[in-house]
Design a protein around this ligand. Structure first.
Ligand SMILES: Nc1ncnc2c1ncn2[C@@H]1O[C@H](COP(=O)(O)OP(=O)(O)O)[C@@H](O)[C@H]1O
Ligand SMILES: [Mg+2]
Length: 215
């Protein structure tokens, strides 16, 4: 400040004196710690603030990327879920290094790699009902189709619901779902018809199978 003040005396007169540091709050266990404040106390961002958006600002080399890497790694260690989008890749590499000992599952989708780690949105997690997952995916379709309601397309919704349901139920993937829409699906529909526990899906798949066989 001293050298700035000497350089820009007019500006300096206009600047209010810096506010005194507020008393440090006790470290919140839901908080992500980014460092220490001027008083040497842990500087943490509590969950509530993190849910209301965080904007990290600083000049080049100030430590934004390092701060973000620690932020992300800590929130994973706190048991939270996160999605890190990193067009450069170096931040993701730092985060993976920081989390090298974690028990949590980390999926890496590297669009530049020759081999990918798969992510199956249709995976049936413990305590989930297949219809809950199907409902979320149909919602996503709705949004992707610009909010067009399925009420205008009841047959599409029924077909999608039946196919997605059996895929979730029988441990299949989106690729299988697409195959099931093909006329010649290598017996996948028959397999699903034989194995699904859901009568409505079975009935809709039988109709689809009839359509594929007889046009
Ligand atoms: N808290 C810190 N203590 C010491 N060095 C740091 C700290 N934060 C960042 N650095 C170092 O400063 C350099 C710039 O950090 P970086 O996070 O890449 O800055 P930015 O993303 O803001 O440009 C890196 O070499 C980094 O290792
Ligand atoms: Mg950076």
């Amino acid at each position: 400040m001293t050298s700035l003040a000497a350089k820009f005396p007019a500006l300096h007169r206009r600047l209010a004196p810096p506010a005194p540091m507020p008393a440090a709050a006790p470290c919140d266990p839901s908080g992500v710690v980014l460092g220490r404040d001027e008083a040497g106390e842990p500087l943490s961002i509590p969950l509530q603030s993190r849910l209301e958006h965080v904007f990290m600002l600083g000049s080049s080399g100030a430590g934004k990327s390092s701060g973000l890497a620690h932020y992300f790694a800590q929130s994973v260690r706190l048991g939270e879920g996160g999605l890190l989008l990193d067009p450069h890749g170096s931040l993701a590499a730092d985060v993976l290094y920081l989390l090298r000992n974690t028990e949590r599952t980390i999926h890496v989708i590297d669009l530049g790699a020759s081999a990918l780690v798969g992510f199956n949105p249709l995976e049936l997690l413990d305590d989930f009902d297949p219809s809950a997952i199907v409902g979320m995916i149909l919602n996503a379709f709705n949004v992707a189709w610009d909010g067009e309601s399925f009420s205008d397309k009841p047959s599409i919704e029924r077909v999608l619901r039946a196919i997605l349901y059996v895929c979730v139920e029988l441990g299949l993937t989106f690729l299988d779902a697409m195959d099931m829409l093909e006329r010649d699906d290598n017996g996948l529909r028959q397999y699903a018809i034989a194995h699904t526990q859901n009568e409505i899906s079975r009935r809709d798949l039988i109709r689809l199978e009839d359509l594929a066989r007889h046009g």
